[in-house]
Design a protein around this ligand. Structure first.
Ligand SMILES: Nc1ncnc2c1ncn2[C@@H]1O[C@H](COP(=O)(O)OP(=O)(O)OP(=O)(O)O)[C@@H](O)[C@H]1O
Length: 308
C-alpha cells in the first residue's frame, strides 16, 4: 500500500497552440498541504481537473492508489473538489444544499455540517442568492468539513472574498480539516496568504512544473543578498538565480542547491543577507522560467526594477 496521495508520471494534456500541461511528475505524500502556484494560464486548473478525473490526459496518474479516469467513481468517494466557492446553486436554501450533499456523498456527516453552520450567521432556510459571499463561504466550509475525504482539492477557493473571510477560510481549514491522513491541494495566486498553512509548494509555468519543494527546505535553500554596487561583480560570479533592483539597490536571490559549492557564509561576505519572502522567491523563479525573461543559468536571471 502506497502512502502517496497523488502520483503523476509524465502527465500531459495538450490543447491547441501547445497550451495545457506537459510532462508533469509529482509525488505528494499523504498528510501534506500543497500550494499550487503559477501565473494565469500556467496549467493549475488543468492539473487539478486531471487529478479529479474531470480532464483526460496522457501519462500515469494515481490518486489514493486509483486511476482517476477508469476508477473515478470509487476515487471520488475519498475526494472533495471545490472549483470556486461561488458555485453553489443560487435557488437552493442551506438545508436543501445539505440534503443534496447527503444524497450524493457517502462520507457526508450531516450532523457535523449542521453543528458548524449553527456557529455562523447562515440560517437553514436562507437561499444562496440571499447570502453574502462570506456566508456562501461558511456554507461551503460546512459542506467541506463534514465530508470525511482523504483528499481536498481547492482551485482558488477564496477568489473575490474579503481579507477577513479569506483568513477565516484557511484558518478553519487548518484547524478543522487538516490531519496526517488528509491531503490538501490548493491552487492560488496569493501564496503569501496561505504560506503559513502549506507544507509544500509546486510552481507551474507554461504547463510545466518548474519548481517543487517542501517549505522547510526552502528556508534552508534560498537567501536574499543586498549588495553594495561595488561588490556586484563579485556577487554575479557566485551565480545568483535572480536579481532585481529596489530603490537603486541590487537584490540577489541565491539558491544554495545551485550552483554547487556556494555557501551562505560566502554570500554573507558580500552584503546583507536575509531570508527572502516565499512570494518573492516564487515570483522570481516563475519569471526566470519564462522563455522571454530567461537568461543565464538553469533558472535564468531576471533583472527587474522594483519601484516600491
Ligand atoms: N478546454 C480547453 N480548451 C483549450 N484550451 C484550454 C482548455 N482548458 C485550458 N486551456 C488552456 O490551457 C492553459 C492552461 O489553462 P489553466 O486554466 O489550466 O491555467 P490556470 O493556471 O488555472 O490559469 P488561471 O490562473 O488563469 O486560472 C491556458 O492557456 C488555457 O487557455
Amino acid at each position: 500500500m502506497t502512502n502517496l496521495c497523488v502520483e503523476a508520471r509524465d502527465v500531459t494534456r495538450c490543447y491547441k497552440g501547445g497550451r495545457g500541461i506537459k510532462g508533469i511528475n509529482l509525488a505528494i505524500p499523504m498528510g501534506r498541504i500543497v500550494g499550487l502556484v503559477g501565473a494565469n494560464g500556467s496549467g493549475k486548473t488543468t492539473l487539478l481537473r486531471a487529478i479529479t478525473g474531470l480532464t483526460g490526459a496522457e501519462g500515469d496518474l494515481r490518486v489514493n492508489g486509483l486511476n482517476p479516469w477508469t476508477q473515478r467513481g470509487q476515487m471520488m468517494e475519498d475526494i472533495t473538489f471545490i472549483a470556486d466557492t461561488a458555485i453553489l446553486p443560487r435557488w437552493m436554501n442551506a438545508a436543501q444544499i445539505l440534503d443534496y450533499v447527503q444524497g450524493v456523498h457517502p462520507r457526508f456527516d450531516r450532523t457535523k455540517a449542521e453543528r458548524f453552520l449553527a456557529g455562523t450567521t447562515v440560517s437553514r432556510k436562507m437561499k444562496v442568492r440571499q447570502m453574502s459571499k462570506g456566508m456562501v463561504v461558511q456554507l461551503h466550509l460546512a459542506v467541506v468539513l463534514a465530508i470525511d475525504a482523504r483528499l481536498l482539492v481547492l482551485d482558488e477557493p477564496t477568489l473575490g472574498l474579503d481579507l477577513v473571510f479569506r483568513t477565516t477560510f484557511y484558518r478553519t481549514l487548518l484547524e478543522e480539516f487538516a490531519s496526517e491522513e488528509r491531503t490538501i491541494i490548493i491552487s492560488t495566486h496569493q501564496v503569501e496568504e496561505i504560506e503559513h498553512i502549506l507544507t509544500d509548494v509546486v510552481v507551474l509555468s507554461e504547463g510545466r512544473i518548474v519548481f517543487q519543494e517542501a517549505l522547510d527546505a526552502l528556508e534552508e535553500r534560498f537567501f536574499e543578498l543586498r549588495a553594495k554596487p561595488e561588490r556586484e561583480e563579485e556577487v554575479m560570479r557566485l551565480g545568483p538565480v535572480a536579481e532585481w533592483r529596489s530603490l537603486g539597490q541590487g537584490h540577489f536571490l541565491f539558491d544554495l542547491a545551485k550552483p554547487a559549492g556556494v555557501t551562505a557564509e560566502m554570500i554573507g561576505l558580500l552584503g546583507e543577507v536575509r531570508s527572502p519572502r516565499l512570494a518573492d522567491v516564487l515570483v522570481r523563479l516563475m519569471e526566470a522560467a519564462r522563455p522571454e525573461t530567461a537568461g543565464v543559468g538553469e533558472w535564468g536571471h531576471t533583472v527587474k526594477e522594483n519601484k516600491q
